[in-house]
Design a protein. Sequence first.
Length: 91
Amino acid sequence: MCYGQNTDISSINSSSPAWLQNYKAQVDNVVTGLQKFNSSPVYYRPFHEMNGGWFWWGDKNTTDYKNLYINLYNYIVTTNGMSNVNFVYAS
């Protein structure tokens, strides 16, 4: 699913059911891909180029973006136990 620039990321867990279902399906696809590396170190750079408005997560309120990033980190590392994933943050 393609999200628009007007996507509200302020409360990822209380977004519309359809939006949240599609987002979680995409994140689960990422987790499945990362799990193929087992215990090898993986560097993952989600939500890149956040300063521009050309991605649905870009050019948003800093706190909202931070919460989106934390939510993704917690889901991959805490919920799925993937301690081999190293998150890369860069604009």
